[in-house]
Structures are given as C-alpha cells and as structure tokens.
Design a protein around this ligand. Structure first.
Ligand code: FNR
Length: 183
C-alpha cells in the first residue's frame, strides 16, 4: 500500500480546495490511499520552539516522515501560497537537519475563482520544493479555474477534464512513490 498524505492550504469550511482534496481522495489509484492531515491547530513557526515542538507539530512531522508522498492542494493568495500553508511547511522542515519532507515525492493541485487556477501559487510552492529536497511530480498540472462554476452545491467536482488530469497526476505520484519505496 502506498500512503500519501494530503496537506491543504485553506481553512475555509466551503473551500474549493478542500473539495478538491476530497475529490482527490476518491480518485486515488488502486493500492494507494490518501490521508488528509489536519493542520488547523498548528502554532506559528518560531525558532525558539523548534527543539521542543508541541505534540501536534511532532505528529504532523511524523505523518509526513512515515508517508510515501505528499499531495498539496492549495488556493492562491496574492499570487503566492497562503501563509497558513507556508507556516505548516516551515514547521515540518525544521529543526535544521530534520526536514520531514526530505526526498519525498509531492504533487500539487489548486483551485481558484480566477482564470489561472492558482498557477502562480503552484510555481512559488515548487520553488520551496527545491530547498525542501522534495521530488516534484511535474505533470500533468492540475489547475481548477473559475472554481465557483466547477463544484456543485455538495462540493462535487463537475469537470471531467479536471478529473482526468487529477487521476493522471495521482497515478504519476503513486508510481514514483512506489519506485522510491522499493529502491
Ligand atoms: C484570493 N484569491 C485569489 N485568487 C487568485 O486566483 N489569485 C490570487 O492571487 C488570489 N488572491 C487572494 C488573496 C486572498 C487573501 C484571498 C482570501 C483570496 C481568490 C481565491 O481564489 C478564492 O478566494 C478561493 O475561493 C480561495 O480558495 P478556497 O478557500 O475556496 O479553497
């Protein structure tokens, strides 16, 4: 079984990106599963606490370390990644020498109410992947544009093209995770 953890970038109850994460959980390839992590209670990163992290941060780090890969699903805020998500990443990347993401494969999806679907946030996140030593799953890129028109009132994604790309991206993520696990 390939275990992927999902890290989402929106706290909002009716978040399109939350819906997208739930959709991804349904589309996981056979032999894999997605565990969505709750990052809502994490503290702000502060170097003073990094050698004595609270339990929820330790658990968050362990979930990532014990996973075979990561799926980030995030909105775009001001052409970048929401601070909420960046903070969680910063926490898990520390203390120095104990980066929980080290060597893990990761894929990104985003939904936005705009025309570009969160692409700029994705490229900023990819830049952080370099320092985190994350192995990026580059294709296909999944951008859900005009999200307010793409989900029904129950939060189901009504865009078959987007689902096709999601399936392919998840397959690429899981295949890479499997190869790395067997190495
Ligand atoms: C936004 N939004 C937005 N959209 C976009 O495509 N590019 C952007 O740079 C921004 N910037 C931005 C900043 C802030 C602070 C907010 C609150 C929103 C709009 C965004 O796409 C929209 O609110 C989505 O619904 C947010 O995602 P969730 O919460 O629905 O997952």
């Amino acid at each position: 079984m390939i275990n992927i953890v999902g890290i989402g970038g929106s706290l909002r109850k009716n978040s399109y990106n939350r819906y997208l994460m739930l959709e991804a959980a349904k589309l996981m390839p056979d032999g894999s599963k997605l565990k969505i992590l709750d990052i809502s209670g994490l503290p702000f990163y502060n170097q003073d606490i990094e050698n004595n992290y609270p339990e929820n941060v330790k658990n968050f780090k362990n979930e990532i370390k014990n996973s075979d890969g990561i799926l980030f699903v995030t909105p775009e805020y001001n052409y970048s990644v929401p601070g909420y998500l960046k903070n969680a990443i910063d926490l898990a990347s520390r203390p120095y020498g104990d980066n929980s993401f080290n060597g893990k494969p990761a894929a990104i999806m985003s939904a936005s109410i705009g025309m570009l679907g969160g692409s700029r946030a994705q490229y900023h996140l990819r830049q952080s992947f370099v320092f985190l030593n994350i192995i990026p799953i580059n294709t296909p890129e999944v951008f859900v544009t005009m999200a307010s028109q793409k989900f029904d009132e129950n939060g189901n994604l009504r865009d078959e093209d987007a689902k096709k790309f999601m399936r392919q991206l998840l397959e690429n993520l899981v295949n890479t995770a499997r190869k790395l696990k067997n190495d």
